[in-house]
Design a protein around this ligand. Structure first.
Ligand SMILES: [Zn+2]
Length: 299
């Protein structure tokens, strides 16, 4: 079982997440990730690497993909990329990692950062969000980053919101056409649209025809009822869907006071998928996107 959508933050952030974010001028992350619900409980925790591995063990998750956050500053992107390089060096058998960037670094520094992260064993780009990071999808630096993703064979995970979903603090609109445009302009880049792609392929059949687009299930229980699995897979082939949780976001805030992976893993197993669909979604598709043969071996 692979969880293709997990975030991890530097241990220093946990002591005082708001101060950590303020020092780095990352108000968007602070708004989304250090928020408390009305009952006072945090929307998410900031577990250590050790706690993440324990959570994976108890949920039966063999491998997790660490996705970068869509930071507002290139410096924060680099900081998280270095953290992820350490994580995959320490646990190549359990973790893969994606690098994050912000085009405001300029073209040279952005491409250098991607090459550096790739040299450290990071295997994708994302989770990126042009709309949250405030650059247009045709931004020339972002376009150059996608060209390099193609050259280095890096899949690209993009944050997508559903235009009809409930609004939460920090919610941003992500116009569906932007993703169609990106997938078409970079037809050899494998895009993973997060959060079921905001249900893009259910709304727009043109998305179904794109051979280079996958969808992850991150945060699904926060956004949709359990019927979503069948509704989505009745329209979209199972080989296009990868299980991702969005841990350490608490995706069952009505039931759990702390985030966990196991309840979401149990949900996919009882969601009415055929055995073949289940194997594709929780294991095989992820292995095809990042084949284990090319995995980081560590030193
Ligand atoms: Zn996201």
């Amino acid at each position: 079982m692979t969880d293709a959508h997990v975030h991890l933050y530097p241990p220093e952030a946990d002591a005082d997440p708001a101060a950590w974010a303020a020092a780095r001028r990352e108000p968007h992350w602070a708004r989304l990730c250090t928020r408390r619900r009305k009952d006072g409980r945090p929307v998410q925790t900031l577990p250590t690497l050790g706690a993440l591995l324990q959570e994976m063990d108890s949920a039966g998750v063999e491998r997790a993909w660490l996705l970068g956050w869509y930071w507002e500053r290139p410096e924060t992107c680099a900081e998280q990329n270095r953290l992820y390089a350490e994580c995959i060096r320490a646990h190549p058998d359990r973790l893969s990692a994606f690098a994050t960037i912000h085009p405001s670094a300029g073209i040279t520094a952005t491409l250098d950062e991607i090459r550096r992260a790739h040299g450290e064993g990071l295997r994708g780009l994302g989770e990126l969000s042009p709309h949250s990071q405030a650059y247009p999808v045709d931004d020339p630096v972002f376009q150059a980053a996608l060209d390099l993703a193609e050259e280095l064979n890096l899949p690209v995970n993009l944050h997508v919101t559903d235009p009809d979903s409930a609004r939460y603090p920090g919610w941003v609109a992500t116009p569906p056409d932007d993703f169609l445009k990106l997938a078409r302009s970079h037809s050899r880049v494998r895009f993973i649209l997060a959060h079921w792609g905001g249900l893009l392929p259910l709304r727009n059949p043109a998305a179904l025809a794109l051979p280079n687009v996958w969808y992850d299930t991150a945060a699904s229980p926060l956004l949709y009822d359990e019927g979503i699995w069948r509704r989505f897979l009745d329209q979209v082939p199972a080989d296009r869907v990868v299980f991702g949780s969005d841990y350490p976001l608490n995706v069952y805030p009505r039931i759990d006071s702390l985030p966990g992976m196991a309840r979401f893993v149990a949900e996919v197993h009882r969601a009415g998928l055929t055995a073949d669909e289940l194997a594709a979604v929780v294991r095989d598709n992820a292995k095809k996107i990042l084949p284990p043969t090319a995995r980081v071996t560590g030193r």
